[in-house]
Design a binder for this molecule. Sequence first.
Ligand code: SIN
Length: 583
Amino acid sequence: MTEASGAAVTDADAGPGALDVLVLGSGVAGLSAAVRLAAPLADSGAGGSALGTGLRVGVLTKAELSQSATRWAQGGVAAVLGGDEDSTDLHLADTLAAGAGLCDADAVRVLVDEGPARVQELIAMGAVFDRQPGGALALAREGGHSTARVVHAGGAATGAEVERALVGATRSSAAAVLEEWFALDLIVEGGRCRGVRALSAEGRTVEVRAHHTVLATGGAGQLFAVTTNPAEATADGLAMALRAGVPVADVEFMQFHPTALHHPAMPRPLLSEALRGHGALLRDDHGDRFVDELAPRDVVSRAMAERMRRHGVDSLWLDATGLESFDARFPTIATSLRAIGLDPSVDWLPIAPAAHYLSGGVITDLSGATALPGLWAAGEVACTGVHGANRLASNSLLEGMVFGARLAESILAGDEGPSPTGVLGAYLESDREPVAPDRAAPWAAPLADGPADAVVSSSDVSKTRELLQRHMIEGAGVVRSAGTLSTAGVAIDAIGDALGGSTPVDRAHGELSNLVTTARSLLSAAVLRCETRGAHARSDYPEASEAWRRRIVHTVGGVSVLGSAVGSAPDGRRPSAAEPSDR
Ligand code: SIN
């Protein structure tokens, strides 16, 4: 832990308000908020507002500051930076189409309009993006984008560069940086969030009190046995919100990345979508192409899962042999492939889909405020509505920087609670149809039979986590059904029962408990949603249903379905079929 002088990280007997803002998590969303709140920065010259006023900000992270999913992000940041034929309207249309009818159009408008200024601010902060020989930013194309608009760094090491710039700025501006601390639960008093109870790096239970608390804890890829996410992605913020009854939506939409390297290493090394944007081809076990490589991710992953099932194989191929200058354009990927004996200029690369990104999360307004005053959320933990049922490639770093900055501006402006805008506005204004417990978790009915290995000792946390991950990939992977979801539901309930409800004694136990909480919510939403939409594919309901253009919300009273349909249906450009295109 490092603390600047005057920082106040307190034991339980200290009064409230010790920090102005406590940020949980150290990825792009959390650190974008932290640096904006903590210290004045040079004006970007890109029309950004005045940055930072020196609030006392603490950043709490369960690992080192630089260890977040952001660091692993490869492809880049989708942002319309001008000087080409692209327009923010086109970026908006692509995002809505990828989101399969569940995006909040106001949130997407904010995303695409404010993204370019946030990228310019990062550049002013020292982030170095790849440029063409003439000096213009180099732009890549990825799946679902109708044009090349993705800025990138180090070829496919964009997240690492973004994180480098933000970590430096955070270390020099935050009042307290609490590394290796683990947040256990939100402190809610008088209808307001007032910080968290946490395990300190030394293992003491401590209250960290703050006037505002920002959830920026990232995603939930560790729910699944096959994932691109680092070991830290255990849905901690989402689970804390669920336990506190803060509304959470869209958690059934776990996006599987189509091209994770099929390799024993876990997390699975990612072969960036930018490779396909550059011309790499997907081939099945016979060497045939079978899908448009630049279709949105959900379409590609589903086509791959179907092909693998029909052909009885557990991997397919990415053929990047035709790419010019692979090593120069993608140096980090080339190095990691060569380290395991693969030469992308001659070898086809074995791939399979892997859990990658949770499109849903804690519901926010357009400024990142949640329904609980004093609690804000940004990045993968949040449901701002920009991703809908399936995130467009390279919109995630963008979302983190845009909404991290917006919540900071809102706090600086003195806002204390949510406004009726964005997904939160729709939630507050909509009727809600409560879902009876036997519909939300039908496996809890007496007739359900659980797998024999479901009851495990809670003392073996790491084995139990692996068991949970196996059940989730089998039951709630790329393609689910009522049957597979119910089998997983029985198993996860048994794991939850074995774990008990006691306060976690260490981080491993706390993470497992958070995974169980989140798994239950995901399974409930997935069994309720009787359709195929975006990243949620049901073999027993293979079509999208207009009646289901609604959000499923978890809140203090249980699960409910919002009465109002979301926005408008996706425009006609979303591919319904996934035939290979001429390339
Ligand atoms: C990729 O480079 O394929 C991943 C980037 C993203 O998830 O948007």
